[in-house]
Design a protein around this ligand. Structure first.
Ligand code: GLN
Length: 229
């Protein structure tokens, strides 16, 4: 049984990234692996024993609130330290970096889980995005909508090379990866648009290679009926 923890969806849910949890649960199910998706709201206690933690996109004020709570609690940082996987999209990505500067010019220290720094870009980055993955032999697609531009340090590898769109801003790179921590600007949700990356995360977490079902549509319909009961 895998535990998937969705963090502060009421703050970090502006761009529909909550769907990443559903895709992970579905792909795990196709491989006979049970999952539990736990939603942790702002100020609720964040469990430290989750397998995969998910964060989504948000506007500056909401992401500052989320960061404040996560900093105070310290539990996400401890979970990651103990080997949990973290997938952070856009605002989530910015939150887990060294710092981000909001629209008012305040520099806000992040969780420091990735060596990245975000500052306001010259204009907002909006539109479709395509990146060549730095870890899988494929391209990922999604959409982006952010004001921040992110510089990455030498201790992280990019999530991908930008083929269409902007990603981190001006470097032709998107996102950052360090160990089990993944950050990217791709909304979509990312894992709905790019299920091979969901399988990659699940394979890593379970130490088993994920296999596609031959009867995907039927499986999906059956599963959907079960979870929406
Ligand atoms: N508020 C952040 C920015 O504008 C993140 C936006 C988002 O998550 N889409 O850069």
């Amino acid at each position: 049984m895998l535990t998937i923890v969705r963090i502060h969806n009421e703050l970090l849910g502006t761009y529909g990234d909550r769907g990443n949890a559903d895709v992970l649960a579905f792909r795990a199910h196709l491989n006979g692996i049970g999952t539990e998706v736990i939603d942790v709201a702002f100020r609720e206690k964040l469990p430290e024993t989750g397998d995969i933690y998910l964060m989504g996109g948000a506007e500056d004020a909401a992401q500052s609130l989320s960061l404040m709570a996560l900093k105070e609690a310290g539990s996400l940082s401890r979970a990651v330290e103990h080997g949990a996987t973290l997938l952070a999209i856009c605002a989530g990505f910015q939150i887990i970096g060294e710092s981000f500067t909001n629209g008012q010019g305040d520099v806000i220290a992040g969780l420091g889980l990735l060596e990245i720094t975000t500052t306001p870009g010259k204009s907002r980055f909006v539109g479709d995005i395509k990146v060549a993955s730095s870890i899988l032999d494929c391209e990922f697609t999604g959409f982006e909508n952010h004001g921040g531009a992110t510089e990455i340090g030498s201790s992280v590898q990019p999530f991908g090379k930008v083929l269409v769109g902007h990603g981190n801003g001006y470097s032709q790179l998107d996102g950052a990866i360090s160990g089990n921590v993944y950050g990217t600007y791709l909304h979509g949700p990312l894992l709905a648009r790019n299920p091979e990356f969901a399988d990659h995360l699940l394979s890593q977490v379970t130490n088993t290679e994920m296999k596609y079902s031959d009867d995907l549509a039927n499986e999906y319909a059956r599963w959907r009926r079960k979870v929406t009961k």
